[in-house]
Design a protein around this ligand. Structure first.
Ligand SMILES: [Zn+2]
Length: 275
């Protein structure tokens, strides 16, 4: 995919060559901004809306158009800042999986993705525990959340989380198994659904409270919170999570390398599907 490029502009007012449109649609799909049915080589309203949504992550005034070599193209193709998110890094060898490296620059990860703040989560899904939180895990009391929560295997282990989030993680894990088999074998979890405050806070609700975030371990080892270092294995799988629309916590103000959460776009897509 890294060798592919568009020849002419795509989107609102663009030339919209079918091959270009199809490539942009596939990249939007890979980043969670389009649905499989949208990939048809025809630039209609869905495609323009998806481009605009994608541009909101980095443009103040989205124009719905992707020009060859332009800002939107570099973000979409993963060549922004010269750091490619496609293709993912070479497969990591067993011995270096839990070695730590400085966390990547925030501008080089989570491209086109936004984390979700509490007010939007409360608006889209509701308050998991009616405001009653502490620093330890408690179950949700919100009926809507309880109805839409599932315990299921996502491949290497079982998790309890929001149904669409668990389904999405299954797709993430299939890709990790294919592209980073050694990391896949090392994967474990330190939890998904867990209603509590954000660590160190008594006012911010953790996104784990909605079952849309997951903490990972590698060979049973937790990445140390807030030390600005991340395990090599996490750097190898972060691009895979990113292209499925999951935001990596390594970019948080206080580094949280073991944490991945559904981006704003995913939660906005899922909320209307909840029963
Ligand atoms: Zn977490």
């Amino acid at each position: 995919m890294a060798d592919d490029t568009i020849l002419k502009s795509v989107g609102r007012g663009g030339t919209n060559l079918p091959a270009d449109v199809s490539l942009v649609q596939r990249l939007l799909l890979a980043r969670g901004f389009a649905k499989p049915d949208d990939v048809d080589g025809i630039c209609g309203k869905n495609t323009i809306d998806a481009i605009v949504d994608f541009q909101k992550g980095f443009l103040r005034k989205p124009d719905g158009r992707v020009d060859p070599g332009g800002t939107s193209w570099t973000h979409l193709s993963g060549t922004y800042s010269g750091i490619a998110t496609e293709p993912p890094p070479a497969a990591v060898a067993t011995g270096s999986i839990t070695r730590t490296v400085p966390r990547p620059a925030a501008s080089s990860i989570n491209i086109g993705l936004k984390s979700v703040n509490n007010s939007l989560m409360l608006q889209l899904i509701g308050d998991p525990r009616g405001g009653s939180y502490s620093n330890t895990c408690q179950p949700p009391t919100l009926p809507k959340l309880r109805r839409n929560t599932v315990l299921d295997s996502i491949g290497p282990f079982r998790v309890t989380g929001l149904v669409p989030a668990v389904l999405s993680l299954k797709a993430v894990m299939i890709d990790i198994q294919a592209e980073q088999p050694e990391v896949y074998r090392a994967l474990g979890t330190a939890g998904m659904l867990c209603c509590r405050w954000v660590r160190g806070s008594t006012t911010s609700i953790s996104n784990h409270s909605w079952g849309t975030a997951i903490d990972l371990t590698l060979n049973g080892i937790l990445d140390i919170y807030g030390n600005d270092q991340v395990q090599v294995g996490l750097t190898a799988i972060a691009p895979i999570f990113n292209r499925h629309g999951w935001f990596w916590g390594a970019a948080f103000r206080t580094e949280d390398g073991m944490h991945f959460e559904a981006s704003q776009r995913l939660v906005e897509d899922w909320a209307p599907q909840l029963l």
